[in-house]
Design a protein around this ligand. Structure first.
Ligand code: ATP
Ligand code: MG
Length: 405
């Protein structure tokens, strides 16, 4: 008897939503990239945060493309492009004004059978796939919508459109599994909820609480970077409130969460500092320097541990050391924070004349201004004051070393 023909299991088709994002500030260069790929017979879509932000009526930071074309093919099609990344190769297509359209080949999540036992952590996500698999390997449903430029349709493989309309953050699939695969997604859920003012569904919220411990196993530079993103985008107060409420802060910055629990007032200075930071970030439309952000976040507990200490630098260093280890805080940032905290009382007393000549002063002054405003003092610097930037702190030594390399 002939063997029974196995029916090929077709992937369930996506839902297509007619939406014209062209009306809504869809980037013309991103459209150009998609069109050229299509003309050469490849599949290509605008994907990710850009589509999400347009659907939520926000200004996207950037636009990414996903395509069936391999990196070398994309590179060949665009003269003004370069391949980046060693493990996962993507193509940056460059346009005038420094604009970059990131173009990535569809990839799929690694096979679960390749993973060991109960360990779900993804270590290698560098396998090409098709459009459907590429949507499914993404983190949240709102981040997995593909925009079809030619047909003016949002292609939804994962139920993201109802979540855009309902304004909620939901993982694609079981949140516990998705957070165990990559714990940094916990911080991303907090970031999107806070920044885009979206709800978190109860199952995702519970999974954050349940899986928060696995953040201790995530790559430390990624943790530091995601924490900075929580501070940079004008939603620091909501982000850290959520992180505190879910116990995520107990894992990442127990020093700060202990301080918050001890001070136990809902409208404490830490929250007022973060609110003031958010206000000013939105006002100037640009993030503050990493040193300013990191100093502000830890300012209150740092002031507490250094109060009355003769060796303020030493006391600040002892406080910061475990944090630097846990989160891989760059030395440059940690050193600057320590030095700002050391001279902070002088700054508050208006006696920082000697220090005013150092490049650190502008950063310290921004911290001080935000702190003063958070405590209810009127502003003392004009709005057009120059913006502080810690890259000046690198100094000539560092620059020389770089050139030699
Ligand atoms: P932002 O506006 O902050 O840049 P974004 O959604 O563009 O938000 P990116 O970090 O730039 O976020 O990532 C681009 C896309 O890659 C996301 O929209 C998401 O689809 C996918 N992605 C990013 N990080 C992860 C992750 N840890 N796990 C799965 N998918 C991810
Ligand atoms: Mg992005």
């Amino acid at each position: 008897m002939a063997p029974a023909v196995q029916p090929v299991e077709a992937a369930p088709g996506p839902t297509r939503h007619p939406v014209d994002l062209g009306d809504k500030r869809l980037d013309a260069d991103a459209v150009k990239v998609v069109r050229r790929l299509l003309r050469h017979g490849y599949e290509a879509y605008v994907v990710g945060g850009g589509v999400r932000d347009l659907l939520l009526d926000r200004n996207p930071k950037d636009f990414d493309i996903a395509t069936s074309a391999r990196p070398d093919d994309v590179r060949t099609l665009f003269r003004n492009s370069r391949i980046i990344g060693r493990r996962f190769r993507l193509v940056h297509v460059l346009f005038s004004g420094g604009k970059v359209i990131e173009t990535a080949t569809f990839r799929r999540a690694p096979d679960t059978s390749e993973r060991e036992g109960e360990d779900l952590l993804i270590r290698n996500d560098n396998v090409f796939g098709d459009a459907h698999e590429d949507a499914a390997r993404r983190d949240f449903t709102i981040n997995a919508l593909f925009y079809d430029v030619e047909n003016k349709q949002v292609i939804d493989w994962v139920g993201g459109m109802p979540h855009i309309e309902g304004r909620v953050v939901h993982t694609i699939g079981d949140p516990v599994v998705r957070f165990q695969e990559d714990p940094v997604r916990i911080l991303r859920a907090i970031k999107f909820s806070a920044r885009l003012d979206l709800g978190i569904t109860p199952d995702v919220y519970d999974a954050i609480v349940q899986c928060r411990g696995s953040l201790a196993m995530a790559a430390r530079p990624r943790l530091f970077e995601e924490l900075l993103r929580l501070l940079r985008e004008g939603a620091a107060q909501r982000s850290f409130w959520l992180a505190w409420e879910t116990g995520v802060l107990d894992v990442l910055l127990p020093e700060l969460s202990a301080y918050l629990s001890d001070s136990e007032e809902d409208d404490g200075v830490v929250w007022r500092l973060l609110r003031e930071l958010d206000l000013r970030t939105r006002e100037r439309g640009e993030a503050f320097d990493d040193v300013v952000l990191w100093t502000l976040l830890l300012l209150e507990p740092l002031r507490e541990v250094t109060r009355g200490e003769k060796d303020r630098v030493g006391a600040a260093a002892d406080f910061l050391e475990p944090i630097v280890d846990r989160l891989n805080v760059p030395r440059r940032v940690a050193d600057a924070v320590r030095r700002i905290v050391a001279i902070y009382p002088k700054l508050e007393a208006g006696r920082a004349a000697r220090f005013a000549k150092t490049p650190l002063f502008a950063l310290a002054d921004e911290v001080h201004q935000i702190h003063r405003a958070a405590l209810g003092h009127p502003r003392s610097t004009p709005d057009d004051a120059p913006r502080a930037d810690s890259s000046e702190l690198l100094g000539p030594k560092r620059r020389r070393r770089r050139r030699r390399r």
